[in-house]
Design a protein around this ligand. Sequence first.
Ligand SMILES: Nc1ncnc2c1ncn2[C@@H]1O[C@H](COP(=O)(O)OP(=O)(O)OP(=O)(O)O)[C@@H](O)[C@H]1O
Ligand SMILES: [Mg+2]
Length: 454
Amino acid sequence: MKDRNAVIWTRLGTQPVKMGTLSVTDIESRFTYETGYDETNLPGLGLAYPPKDFTSTIVRPRTEYFDFHPPIRSLIPSRAERNFQRALLLKYLEKINIHPDPGFDTDWNILINAGHGGIGHLDVFASDSAAQQWYSTPSKKGLVELDKKFGFSLKEFMTWFDGDAEFLIDVLGPTPSVGGAIPKLPLSIEHAGWDGRIGLPTRFGDTDRTDIILKLENTSQYPGIIELEALGLAMHDDAGFDVPRYWPVKVNDLNAIAIERFDRIKNGGTVFMESIYSILASGNEKITNHYSTTYDHIGQAIDNPYVQLVSDRKQAKLHLLERLIMAMLTGNGDLHLENLSIYERDGKLSFTPVYDPVPMRAYSIHNALFPAGMGFGNYGEEVDGKMIDFNTAYLRFSKNLGISKNALFNSIERLLKVTEDYDKRINALKTLPAENKVRLIEIHRDIRGGFEGF
Ligand SMILES: Nc1ncnc2c1ncn2[C@@H]1O[C@H](COP(=O)(O)OP(=O)(O)OP(=O)(O)O)[C@@H](O)[C@H]1O
Ligand SMILES: [Mg+2]
């Protein structure tokens, strides 16, 4: 293969600025910060790669898991079959007459053609001139009515995934990518909130709209998932976590939820953001997928004296503990390394507001306490000849986090109270089928019982 070259820019500062250059060879991914970038004092590629510490090229051998440095790889929707965003981007490439080979060539073309304007602070382009051109092109300012045609085309697309996406592509233009399994689109709406009109994602200098992610229900696969996501967000809001504004909406007769993005600021600039997966995988080759380590390990990473992940370590560890308790109490079961991210706000690094807290255990294929491969406090393992039960595991986990027993008990008590009427709230849902309600309520009561046993 010929070496491939691209450039990485960012809108973290007051102006778009070039961060560095990416070269991918047969065996390596190589990233070099632009001379002088460190003097901007802006964050870099990711938390494991501070610009001041990396004056020479950051070389990462390519593996079967990572062709790129993890923060760059995050910009490419997964190769998993039936990934909505990827399917959409492939259609877009086709439309602009790019026909890449399957595998790396496709990923590369997605990266350079759509690896900008997506989630987070990195914008990848084929060249500096492509970057300059993109930044100087104003976005289409207007908002359009989310009409029947749009809703229909989405519905078709979700049913067939390879349906005719032509119309969607026309409406959206080059769609920036948002990773993940659930169909979703990055859009913008009126700052005041959802009023049935949508626009393209904001560009630099746009101030009148706010960016959202529109997540869509694939009813045949996950009936009621939108209502469940709204419930998950409401529960976390009640528990005192930061939760973005959100609007459960109908797109034609499709259930959807619009969620305000917290990785954007009012002038169309971006916020530094990186998933725990990207952070851990940057520093550890053993992290090969988004569930390949324990919650205890996340705690250790927060405590790492050499890499600063958060400004307030103690607070972050309590957040992690409470997120796990809350994920279990609500039947989420999906708190993996990509559903936790760090961002920078007002000069401080912390966990982002809550996203993706869907009580996935309502669906039998996702009914697990936590993603396989993760774990906490050696739960379910044998340690010194003894099986570690639920309560012992929580005690061990919180001890590993440096959190006192008392503080653990306070959190549990508080979150039990917040979820006291969870069963009623599940029952009140309108679109979740009865069998899923029964399953989720049973799970919730069971976990409650576990926590009440302390
Ligand atoms: N409100 C938000 N603001 C900024 N970024 C967000 C927001 N919500 C989600 N994201 C980003 O988009 C990505 C995908 O969204 P989300 O996790 O909600 O769906 P998903 O990944 O499809 O679900 P799953 O984890 O089940 O695959 C997240 O990993 C996160 O990086
Ligand atoms: Mg997710």
